[in-house]
Design a protein around this ligand. Structure first.
Ligand SMILES: Nc1ncnc2c1ncn2[C@@H]1O[C@H](COP(=O)(O)OP(=O)(O)OP(=O)(O)O)[C@@H](O)[C@H]1O
Ligand SMILES: [Mg+2]
Length: 290
């Protein structure tokens, strides 16, 4: 049976989708059979592997909501093979934004994803679920279907507050719906590696009682190739295999699969300066406003 991993953080823009696509593509490249499941109405994961959801007849919306009285949609009807071997996709769609309204009235509304994935899961080694930036019913479905959770987080002030809420939600889900759910680990993403502040935040987080020992050693630095990869719908391992983004995601995939010793891929620390603090937050240094 596959490992089913939900990638969650209700904070927006922390690298959830980038993590799903690129860990998925690296695992597939290593020979594992991988299914990506796009539970997010933004459908970024679908676009990110080169599939335009607007061109699809049926998506996850149809399977979860069953909008047609005369036809039953099953997961097997909507799975797409991407252009890369071993990498399949359950496509998301903007209509999923309206799915919540339909789902709240359904019996067993929290377990729909788990139940509909079950019949198709056998051929896969990994099922990676991309979730929206909220603790909505769609995210709860993902957390109920998964055995493990990967939490991407930026190294920025307040980024840890969101993790506390997620851990509370996971506690509730363990109690009511999915007892074996566990944290696979927290990934520090979009790290401006030379800024001392980021490192301090990570260090502090690593000392937090609930988070201690849960961080992946491999951290994802800022990398323009990852942005280009998202824009072009090509996983970074295929677009720019020599980039540090691709190498870091490959190290993470191997770490997750238990194939390699975890690698710390960060260069040495640099003193905090006005310039690198500004770079970290995409600010214009004060002297450069003209
Ligand atoms: N390591 C990185 N370096 C530079 N840019 C990155 C990196 N990781 C992600 N990004 C960019 O940051 C933005 C947010 O990333 P992503 O979409 O993966 O986050 P998300 O958590 O899925 O967002 P949302 O909460 O909206 O679903 C995207 O434009 C993405 O291309
Ligand atoms: Mg996303």
């Amino acid at each position: 049976m596959p490992r089913i991993i939900a990638v969650c953080n209700q904070k927006g823009g922390v690298g959830k989708t980038t993590t799903v696509i690129n860990i998925g593509a690296c695992l597939a490249q290593l020979g594992a059979r991988v299914l990506l499941v796009d539970v997010d109405p933004q459908a970024n994961c679908t676009n990110g592997v080169g599939v335009d959801p607007r061109g699809l007849k049926h998506t996850l919306f149809d399977v979860l909501v069953q909008p047609d009285k005369f036809k039953i949609f099953r997961m097997e009807d909507i799975i797409i093979k991407t252009e890369w071997p071993n990498l399949d996709l359950v496509p998301g769609h903007p209509d999923l934004a309206g799915a919540e309204l339909h789902l709240v009235r359904k019996i067993g509304r929290e377990t729909l994803l788990r139940k509909t994935l079950e019949p198709v899961s056998r051929p896969y080694d990994y099922i990676l679920i991309d979730t929206p930036p909220s603790l909505s019913l769609l995210t709860i479905n993902a957390l109920t279907a998964a055995q493990e959770v990967v939490i991407p987080s930026r190294a920025e002030p307040w980024s840890l507050d969101g993790i506390e809420n997620l851990l509370d939600t996971m506690d509730a889900i363990r109690e009511e719906l999915n007892q074996p759910l566990r944290i696979a680990g927290i990934i520090v993403t979009i790290l401006h590696e030379r800024a001392r502040l980021s490192k301090e935040i990570v260090k502090r987080a690593e000392q937090d009682e609930r988070l201690r020992g849960r961080f992946f050693k491999t951290r994802i630095r800022r990398n323009i190739k990852l942005v280009e990869s998202a824009d072009r719908g090509i996983p970074v391992i295929h677009l720019a295999p020599e980039s540090h983004g691709a190498k870091a995601f490959m190290a993470l995939a191997k770490d997750l699969a238990g194939l390699d010793e975890p690698a710390d891929t960060l260069p040495p620390e640099e003193p905090q300066t006005a310039e690198n603090t500004a770079q970290q937050y995409d600010l214009v240094p004060v002297g450069d406003l003209s």
